[in-house]
Unconditional design. Structure first.
Length: 491
């Protein structure tokens, strides 16, 4: 593996932990800068299709997985593709993932990567910052995500999931994706922000505005660069203003009443201190709260949906989960230890779902200095992406990559996977901070649902996957609700 020479400003232990300067919100200026940077690059990019090709660009935007796997076959783990105006370097497989996430992580910045258009909504949240400032904020936030703190959210998850399931009737058809999305939003409002999801002025309003803001990232790139009245951008800005109003009002209300350090994640962020006693300002708390909402929402929703989709097509796996539930829960509600990973069969099914459909499928970065990734030279300033989705489908790492085979995550087999092979939650100093929260939510919803119902795929319907900004079933996922039935596997 080639050593990376990271410039002094990246290496210094005394690098100030300051908020980064604001980004330029003009998409056009960014395009011009990218083109200029590429023209100035002296070192060659890794091999791959780098010509301007509208068809490939459209396919990359709509369905990138086949192109990424084809390029891996043809060029190896590190290759380039031109998407839109710019060259992107892709780095797939265990060695490249480990290098970007762990061993050379400081050479790869998130903020400068290709997902910069999230910054106008998220601000300087954990996801979009790097270096000393990232380390400081992460240190302050980590205690809020410790096991005991997350356990406090379990009651909310169980109560909300049970209430949402009470409304189902056997025989009816539900869009499971939209159902899970509403449920996850209610859980986030209560457990992350402490807002009442039924209050039209706060929780319900915030949920509505948040979805409106997110819809910007699902629109075509060509429309996203437009500005002015009626554009998707103007809707994003209006939704952001409304969200800011609600969030700042809540932050100030709690500070004024001294309601900090308790109940929900927002309360913990308001009270959290660094080693030197410093705390997060109101703006910092706002940016972190918005980031947690964003990073946790569609990821948990999609994972629940993909798990239910796979179980509907693998009745033996479903039956095995029923047997496990009968043995370990005996018809009662799941306790905290079950929701913390104490249902091993469910755990394997969940791991396999996250292998096939890791919702945060791309890790966008920019190389600070020229480097070698898995033995391939990459120029300074290159946009570099790792991709869990493509990495999890490499046949040399996961045989029969398209098959849903939970037993590949039996504990001893999972432990034997090479470093960097399985990265649904990223890795290293940027490992998903909400991993425990998300896993607990998915386990709670899946367990309660499978105890009461069985979901049946609609005949003749196939699922296709949309990938912007995270993986989700394109157009939702309609399924028929049935009684759970017995735990016996079909013949
Ligand atoms: C199934 C659920 C989830 C999955 C698969 C997932 C996946 C990921 C991945 C892959 C990353 C790293 C991205 C990168 O390397 O560029 C990440 C980061 C992050 N996630 Fe999650 N996530 C999930 C749930 C959540 C939840 C529930 C929250 C919040 C409550 C959350 C908050 C975050 C944050 C703040 C980061 C940035 C961490 C940092 O850079 O220090 N995630 N997540």
């Amino acid at each position: 593996m080639g050593a990376v020479r990271v410039p002094e400003r990246q290496r210094s232990a005394r690098e100030p932990a300051r908020r980064p300067p604001p980004i330029d919100e003009s998409a056009w200026r960014r395009i011009v800068r990218d083109v200029r940077d590429e023209l100035r690059t002296r070192e060659p990019f890794p091999p791959g299709p780098k010509d301007l090709d509208l068809r490939r660009t459209l396919q990359m935007v709509r369905d990138p997985l086949p192109i990424l796997l084809e390029c891996y076959e043809r060029y190896g783990p590190v290759f380039s593709t031109r998407i839109m105006h710019g060259v992107n370097v892709w780095a797939l497989g265990p060695e490249a993932n480990h290098q970007i996430l762990v061993s050379d992580a400081r050479n790869f910045l998130w903020r400068e990567g290709s997902f910069g258009d999230l910054i106008p909504l998220l601000g300087d949240g954990l996801l979009t910052i790097d270096g000393a400032y990232h380390r400081r904020v992460r240190r302050i936030m980590l205690p809020a995500f410790h096991r005991e703190q997350i356990a406090g959210a379990a009651d909310t998850m169980v109560a909300e999931a049970s209430a949402a399931l009470d409304r189902w009737r056997p025989g009816e058809t539900v869009d499971v994706y939209h159902w899970a999305r509403n449920l996850a939003m209610r859980i986030a409002m209560r457990a992350l922000l402490g807002l009442d999801p039924d209050d039209g002025d706060t929780g319900r309003r915030a949920a509505h505005e948040f979805e409106r803001a997110l819809s910007f990232y699902g629109t075509d790139f060509a429309l996203r660069v437009l500005r002015g009245p009626g554009s998707p951008w103007s809707r994003l800005v209006a939704a952001r203003a409304e969200l800011d109003r609600i969030l700042y009002a809540e932050i100030r209300r709690r500070r004024a009443r001294g309601e900090v350090g308790e109940g929900d994640i927002l309360g913990m962020l308001l009270a959290a201190t660094d080693e030197d006693g410093s705390t997060l300002t109101d703006e910092e708390v706002r940016d972190q709260a918005m980031t947690l909402m964003f990073a946790g929402h569609d990821t948990s929703t999609s994972t629940i949906t993909f798990l239910l989709h796979e179980l509907a097509h693998h009745p033996h796996e479903l039956a095995a989960l029923h047997v496990e539930q009968d043995e370990l829960l005996g018809g009662g509600p799941p306790a905290i230890e079950h929701l913390a990973g104490g249902l091993p069969r469910l755990e394997m099914a969940l791991d396999e779902t996250l292998r096939l459909y890791p919702p945060a499928w791309i890790g966008p970065r920019r190389a600070v200095a020229a480097c070698e990734i898995a033995g391939v030279r990459v120029p300074a300033n290159a946009y570099v992406n790792y991709s869990s989705w493509a990495s999890h489908r490499l046949p040399d790492v996961f045989p029969e990559p398209e098959a849903f085979l939970p037993e590949r995550f039996a504990p001893e087999r999972k432990a034997a996977l090479p470093k960097g092979a399985y990265v649904p939650f990223g890795g290293g100093s940027r490992t998903c901070i909400g991993m425990r929260f998300g896993q607990m939510e998915i386990r709670a919803v899946a367990t309660l649902l499978l105890q009461r119902y069985r979901l049946e795929a609609l005949p003749g319907r196939t699922m296709s996957v949309r990938q912007m900004p995270t993986l989700s079933p394109r157009g939702g996922l309609r399924m028929t609700v049935r009684e759970r039935g017995t735990g016996a596997a079909p013949a």
